[in-house]
Design a protein around this ligand. Sequence first.
Ligand SMILES: Cc1cc2nc3c(=O)[nH]c(=O)nc-3n(C[C@H](O)[C@H](O)[C@H](O)COP(=O)(O)OP(=O)(O)OC[C@H]3O[C@@H](n4cnc5c(N)ncnc54)[C@H](O)[C@@H]3O)c2cc1C
Length: 473
Amino acid sequence: MSTVAYAFDANFDVEVPLLIVGAGAAGLCAALAAKEAGIEPWVIERDAVPAGSTALSAGLIPAAATRFQRAKGIDDSPHLFAADIQRKAKGEADAAVVDAVAHGAGPLVEWLADRYGLPFDVVDNFNYPGHSALRMHGLPTRTGSELINRLRHAAESSDIAIIPERIADGLLAQPYGRIRGVEILRGDGRRERIGCDVLILACNGFGGNQDLVRRFIPEMADALYFGHPGNRGDAVIWGEALGAELSHLGAYQGHGSVATPHNILITWAAIMQGGIQINRDGLRFCDESQGYSEQAAEVLRQPGAIAWSVFDARIAAVARQFEDFRDAERAGAVLTGGSIAELAGAMRVPAATFASEWTDVERLKAKSGQDRYGRQFAPQQLCVAPFHAVKVTGALFHTQGGLAIDGVGRVRRKDETLFQNLFAAGGAAAGVSGSRAAGYLSGNGLLTATVLGRLAGQAAARQCCGIESRSSG
Ligand SMILES: Cc1cc2nc3c(=O)[nH]c(=O)nc-3n(C[C@H](O)[C@H](O)[C@H](O)COP(=O)(O)OP(=O)(O)OC[C@H]3O[C@@H](n4cnc5c(N)ncnc54)[C@H](O)[C@@H]3O)c2cc1C
């Protein structure tokens, strides 16, 4: 059972200045930043090859005022970005963390591009709900596997020690909460203890721990978990034992468009470009443009816990830039009909009800109208045959609550004081989405993983340097 043991003295197999638990986007950005600052970090990772939820994502990082945006004439600023984050989070996100990520994201993307050769560009053919500028930066394949592979390559090229098949199984701390090291379970079943001056928790949230999901996010207790199964909530478990402040544990990134039974993500571009969702009775059920995160629970509330995403060939062409969508087509998840009646037959939904909903929406598009749920349509969203439909369900992607931190990832106690040598970044820390699924602005996951990973790595390295200069002085 993963927990915290208290001891003033402990024997360690090895002692390192900076230990990082988890080699996802957060852990690797932290390691790169620390290494640049002159510290030799060790990164331990439970898997044989680092992947994490980062590999499962589309790899899109939102960032404001980048040179990639300027090259395409996109006007944006960190202030606008911060306002978008807080608007979606209903003002509930920690202001210092929002400020740090909104200002740090542009430099982060340019740092990864210029220093480590990650070839970002801005997605400019559709926008995600809630972003008032085009600011999603992606790699050529638009996959998280490309992002994690490039980060791992950067780390390996920088001679950073990533130690695979090591599960952090418990923390060793002094009674007042100073971290001394980590108890490790090795792939071969043996145990070892690594001591550290500073610890960064980058082991994501608790999506892979059904008991914790049931406890903190009951509405998603029985939903498909689409993230990395090894993210079992260790940071939250240890934080609770240490007396850390745990913040917004009910927040999460859901997604209302996972092809079922194929389990392939269907990009939300299919909706934002003018697609709609209907349930198996042929009826629409909400304003789909609010966001894909809150849509997960909406879809799960429908009969059979499914919905159909419906769009046309123009929209399919935009969606095809994502490998997932191409996979869905290859897997036969995307149905096609020359007319709505023909499509309804393939979907086996009541044709008259579906056709009436579809016609209403197309009329609204033509006159820039608003529907009964408040969704605003525009003429450029009009659809023409052939039409497509994908049967989808709602899924839990990752949890957004976690350890409360300051603007550089330093973990806070319940009494507001900061732990001396404990940092958290990415899904291990509380995000910037407020308390609910609806607070998740697209990209908040990788935003906090990469930017706070980098900031925590820099701050941890400064602390290690201070420790070293004190001990040598
Ligand atoms: C399908 C999907 C699509 C997504 N799309 C996007 C997107 O386009 N944009 C976006 O911003 N976000 C997206 N997200 C969210 C995003 O993937 C995550 O927020 C982000 O990857 C979190 O990074 P991380 O480094 O904190 O965690 P991870 O990438 O999950 O890395 C954590 C690592 O820690 C390791 N680990 C865990 N516990 C231990 C332990 N005890 N000991 C040792 N190692 C441990 C894990 O094996 C893992 O490798 C998506 C998520 C999913 C599931």
